[in-house]
Design a protein around this ligand. Structure first.
Ligand SMILES: Cc1ncc(C[n+]2csc(CCOP(=O)(O)OP(=O)(O)O)c2C)c(N)n1
Ligand SMILES: [Mg+2]
Length: 206
C-alpha cells in the first residue's frame, strides 16, 4: 500500500539534508562550518528539500550544492546570481539560496551584485569569503589583505581589499550580515534570518 505524507508534517533533522557526496575541502577549512550551520538552519526551519534550490558558481565553495539533499545547480564561474534569479523567476515559490566564494562574488561575478540587489530578488546569497582563490591554489582575491604573500604573489598582494559589507549596503541590499564559520550557531541564525527575509540578502563572511 502506498501512503503519502504531507511534507509539512515530516520533522527533519540536520542529517536529513546531507547528501551522499562527502565534502573534500581541505582539513580545517571554514567551509565545513558554514555547511554544518546550513544543514542546521534547514532543519530548524523544516525546509522541504523538494522546494529548496542551491545555486553556485565555481570554486571550493561552489561545490556546496553537491553536499545538500535538495535541488542544486553548479553553474559557471561568477554567474550564480543570474542563474538563481532565473530559477526564482521561473518558480517564485521555491526557496533559492546562492553559495559561492569571494572570487566568484566580488571578482568575476561582481557585475551581477548591484543588479540582484537593486531588483531586490528574493535570494539568500552566502559568500564564503576566505580572502583567496582557494580552488586554483591561492591567488589573491578582491578581499585578500594587502601584502598577503603566496606563491602566486611572491612580493605580496599589492592592492587594498574591498569591503563587501559596505559594497552590499551601497547597492541597496535589504539584508546584510556577516558571520564567522567558527561560530556555527551564529551562522545558523543568520542563515535562517536571511531565508525568512523577503528580498535580496547577502552574508559575506567565513
Ligand atoms: C571563466 C573562468 N575563469 C577562471 C576560472 C578559474 N577559477 C576557478 S575557481 C576560481 C577562483 C575561485 O575563488 P573563490 O570564488 O574565492 O572560491 P574558493 O575556491 O576560494 O572557495 C578561478 C579563478 C574558471 N573556472 N572559469
Ligand atoms: Mg575564496
Amino acid at each position: 500500500m502506498v501512503t503519502t505524507v504531507d511534507p509539512a508534517l515530516v520533522k527533519r533533522t540536520a542529517a536529513d539534508y546531507k547528501s551522499d557526496v562527502k565534502p573534500i575541502w581541505c582539513p580545517g577549512c571554514g567551509d565545513y562550518g558554514v555547511l554544518s550551520a546550513f544543514y542546521k538552519a534547514l532543519a530548524d526551519m523544516n525546509m522541504d528539500p523538494a522546494n529548496t534550490v542551491l545555486v553556485s558558481g565555481i570554486g571550493c565553495s561552489g561545490r556546496f550544492p553537491a553536499f545538500v539533499e535538495a535541488y542544486g545547480f553548479h553553474g559557471v564561474h561568477g554567474r550564480a546570481l543570474p542563474l538563481a534569479t532565473g530559477v526564482k523567476m521561473a518558480n517564485p515559490n521555491l526557496t533559492v539560496v546562492v553559495a559561492g566564494g569571494d572570487g566568484d562574488a566580488f571578482s568575476i561575478g561582481a557585475g551581477h551584485l548591484p543588479h540582484a540587489a537593486r531588483r531586490n530578488v528574493d535570494l539568500t546569497y552566502i559568500v564564503m569569503d576566505n580572502q583567496i582563490y582557494g580552488l586554483t591554489k591561492g591567488q589573491p582575491s578582491p578581499t585578500s589583505p594587502r601584502g598577503m604573500e603566496k606563491k602566486a604573489a611572491p612580493y605580496g598582494s599589492p592592492d587594498s581589499p574591498i569591503n563587501p559589507i559596505l559594497m552590499a549596503l551601497a547597492y541597496g541590499a535589504t539584508f546584510v550580515a556577516r558571520g564567522f564559520s567558527s561560530r556555527p550557531k551564529d551562522v545558523t541564525e543568520l542563515i535562517k534570518q536571511g531565508i525568512r527575509h523577503k528580498g535580496f540578502c547577502i552574508h559575506p563572511g567565513l
